[in-house]
Structure formats: structure tokens, C-alpha cells
Design a binder for this molecule. Sequence first.
Ligand SMILES: C[S@@+](CC[C@H](N)C(=O)[O-])C[C@H]1O[C@@H](n2cnc3c(N)ncnc32)[C@H](O)[C@@H]1O
Length: 276
Amino acid sequence: MTLLLPAHLLESSPQWFPYFGNQRRFVPFVKELLVGLGAREGDTIFETNAGSHAISYHLAIEMGMHPIANDIGFYSCNIGTALSRQRTEASVLVAAKGAALIEKFGYNPPQDSIPDQLLVDKWKQFIREQIPAKNYRVIRDNLFDSLEQFQGKFIYCDFAWPWRDGTYTSEYETTADTLGKLLGDETLCTFKIASARRILQDVIAYLDAARKRYEFVILSNQSSNYPIPEVLEAHMVACGHSPIISRRQTVPAEHVDNLGNDLYFTEYQYVFEGRL
Ligand SMILES: C[S@@+](CC[C@H](N)C(=O)[O-])C[C@H]1O[C@@H](n2cnc3c(N)ncnc32)[C@H](O)[C@@H]1O
């Protein structure tokens, strides 16, 4: 049997679920930021676009934080549930099937894809090896609705950004729609990935809303995406949002970063003070 992309996917996510945009490698960088901001065991953090749950899960396990992890995607939410004390057989199966489908067919699996049972078993085993996180809440909502439901110390947002040239990133739409349907999601998916024009509005809407409710508002972006820092930073300042911290980390690029198109990959973090 020929597996599509296995080498790339294994190279990109050796220790985590295959998930487009997954930030497993940047967990230490995020932890360093949070420690610098005074994060302590028991602090809540609201993650608006949890994706693979790499960030929230490791903050829960390694720092004892209490994440509220939101994502609009069915695969994502089942990963989160499977990693938490709310773990169920159903969530483990969905998360394992999703990982198996992506491992075999790539990030845009065709509508009739069938998961390979050996891969499903491998991912079930992987999930069972992960400690179920306590104080871990998983929600599935539009980020703008969900962030209004809570308030607290930290909020972290890594949007489903468009590609650097401004075109939309179909991988996120497929994960939320085609992959969701393949995994048994029965909800109607009205999900649309932001265009270059809309993402700038979304960033400002996020900062406007989040700064009213959270002490520290964190925005994460990457070098594969639009808006590039020169555009994003000027736009945020022009709209009244000046970060108190801007930092970046550059690493050798992996396939998950920009589908193998770049040699290096940069993570950008911006922190804004709340206006509570
Ligand atoms: C860049 S990925 C997040 C990756 C994540 N940081 C990780 O480490 O895996 C963006 C995520 O945003 C989710 N998403 C897109 N639009 C959303 C929305 N309106 N509300 C909530 N989640 C959304 C997608 O399902 C996708 O999982």
C-alpha cells in the first residue's frame, strides 16, 4: 500500500497529532512567554483556535494551567476531549481516525477516504499514552462568540490565517468540513476561511473584544501567513493596539509549516495589556 505524505507528516509532527498548523514545537516558546507574564499553576487560559490542542494540553500538563480550549472543528474538539479527563471511547476513536486519515491522505483528504485500521490502532495507542489533563474544558464554537463567554488572565489566539500571498488556506476548511463529515460530524458546516481582507478586520475585532475581558491578550502568527508582520503590526497600531511585547522565534521549516515551501519558519507573538 502506498501512503501519501507519510514521511513529511512524520517529520513535521513526530510527537503529536497530524494537524495543519500544529504548534507543538513552539510549546517551550509559549511557556517562556507565559512564565514571563507571571502565569502560575491554576491560572486559566482561553485558547480560541486550539487545533491539535498542542498548546493547551501541554500548558495543562507541564504548567498546571486550566485551559478552556475552543475550536470550530470536530476533529479538533475530539482530540481535546480524548486528551482530557472527559476522555470517552467515542472521542478516542474520532481523534484516532482523523489522525489516521491525515497520515494516509494528507491535510485535504478526499470525501470518500477510508482510514487504515493499523493507523487507527496506532493513534489510539498514542492517545492512551497521554496523561488525561484535569481542569481541561473543551468547547466548540465560533471564536468570537466563545471569547465573550469568559473573562480571566490569559487569552491566546492563533487564527486560521490565509496564506502569505493572501489566498485562503483550504487545509483548515477541509479539516472543519470534509474531515469532520468523514469522522461522523452531523452538524451543518457553514465554516469559511478568512480572506486577506477579512483577516485584518478579524484581528482588530479579536483585540477589541479580548482586551475588555482578559488581562493579557496574546496573538500568534507565522511567517507562512498573511498578513506579514510589516502589514499586521502597522495595522494593529493604526487601530489603537500597540503590543507591550513583540517577539519571534525562527526554526528550520517542516512540512506542516508551509507544505515544504520554506527553509525556515518564524513564529511571531504579540502581547497586549487588557483594558478591563
Ligand atoms: C492555525 S490552526 C490552530 C493550530 C493550533 N495552534 C495548534 O497548535 O494545533 C487554526 C484553527 O482555527 C480553527 N478555526 C478556524 N476558524 C475558526 C473560528 N471562526 N472559530 C474557532 N476556530 C476556528 C480551525 O479549525 C483550526 O483548527
